[in-house]
Design a protein around this ligand. Structure first.
Ligand SMILES: [Zn+2]
Length: 388
């Protein structure tokens, strides 16, 4: 089939076009439509397919196969019919801002550091651009500044098809093995790169390029980048979040970070103080029964940390082995057993077997829980154990 005339290659601002339907083939309930010409950019080069309609019929996907563009649509388009294609312009323009922003950034990194763009993925959450060399944070800041200065210079962006002779004398990125129909996108004084995608006509239309994240990859670096409308949306989102934080923390916008840090420190202090107080309370409320040099005790709703505190207090008082139980729910008790002399693992084994428990630990310390509906049964277990 004859190759499709690609309107976007020479006119990236064409959002509406007339064309003739050359073929329409049913494909799993959808229709694959080929037109004689199209402004729809097919998926490729890291960029998603354009969205839009053909004669009001929703275009679901656009792919290119051997120069023929296939539009997958929801319903039939009769062969020979003159149709009107409409591109979803907001989506397309946003992608043009992104893609041109990427070229400016890749060209800038290449000229400042000599690194190549070795991987590229575009999505709504930001472009991921991989370079084959590392960048420090000051390097990234410098790149971002240079890129935005290039944007604000409102430089001309031109797509052209050089002759074989001209190609020999042109320095460009993304060199291809097959230079047949090579299309170059040149950004005046900043970049020249092989590319098939639609771009803005002047860099000023990109508006803003913001590097929002970076991570090392295979000896190089991956930058996450937003441009144009998506950078604005991100700024709006961050500003809304910051305003919510300002309100919550009752501080000015510049003070949010320090205020959040102070709140976290305060929470840490209060958590520590609360732990100290609840330990002391658990110790005061503990009913201890001494047996020989050892002891057992019961409490309610104590945590393991509180039981550890109590066991240490008992050890300070000279208690050799302690069995501590806390009833925290209807099913049973948590326990903590510690000793300076005995290997408590043997006690734990018997306790777990007798009361369908689980848990364990080290020779001098163990914790776990048992299923038991009677304090008396545990008391008699403890008495027997400590009287041995
Ligand atoms: Zn490109």
């Amino acid at each position: 089939m004859k190759k499709t005339e690609l309107i976007y290659e020479n006119d990236s601002y064409c959002a509406e076009f007339e064309a003739t339907v050359l073929s329409c083939i049913e494909n799993d309930g959808r229709y694959d439509v080929v037109l004689d010409r199209t402004a729809f950019f097919p998926e490729g080069g890291g960029q998603a397919a354009d969205k839009g309609t053909i004669d009001g019929i929703l275009v679901l996907d656009v792919q290119v196969n051997d120069g023929v563009v296939i539009h997958t649509v929801e319903s039939v388009c009769p062969i020979g019919k003159k149709v009107t294609g409409k591109i979803d312009w907001q989506t397309r323009f946003t992608r043009m801002q992104r893609h041109s922003g990427e070229h400016i950034l890749s060209g800038t990194v290449h000229s400042l550091f000599g690194y190549n763009n070795v991987g590229f993925h575009m999505s709504e959450t930001g472009m991921k651009i991989d370079f084959d060399g590392p960048l420090t944070q000051p390097d990234i800041d410098r790149v971002e500044k240079e890129v935005n200065f290039a944007v604000w210079k409102n430089l001309k962006v031109t797509a052209f098809y050089p002759t074989d002779e001209e190609i020999k004398n042109i320095e460009y990125r993304s060199k291809l093995d097959n230079i047949e129909n090579l299309r170059l996108v040149e950004i005046e004084g900043v970049d020249c790169c092989a590319c098939c995608a639609p771009h803005v006509a002047r860099t000023g239309e990109v508006g803003l390029v913001k590097i929002i994240d970076s991570m090392p990859v295979k000896g190089g670096i991956r930058l996450t980048v937003l441009a144009g409308y998506e950078a604005l949306c991100d700024y709006s989102m961050l500003n809304t979040l910051n305003k919510q934080l300002m309100k919550t923390l009752s501080v000015t916008r510049e003070a949010v970070s320090n205020a959040a840090k102070r709140q976290t420190e305060l929470i840490d202090t209060l958590r520590h103080e609360k732990g100290e107080l609840s330990n002391r309370l658990a110790w005061r409320e503990l009913s201890v029964v001494k047996v020989n040099n050892s002891a057992y005790a019961f409490s309610e709703n104590s945590s393991y940390d509180e039981l550890i505190y109590c066991a240490n207090k008992l050890a300070d008082e000279g208690v050799e082995t302690s069995l501590l139980f806390s009833k925290n729910d209807d099913d049973g008790y948590i326990y903590l057993i510690s000793s300076r002399e005995r290997d408590v693992r043997e006690i734990v084994k018997r306790l777990n077997t007798t009361f369908n428990g689980r848990g364990g630990g080290k020779p001098n310390y163990a914790q776990g829980r048992v299923v038991c509906d009677s304090t008396e049964k545990l008391k008699s277990f403890a008495e027997n154990c400590l009287n041995e």
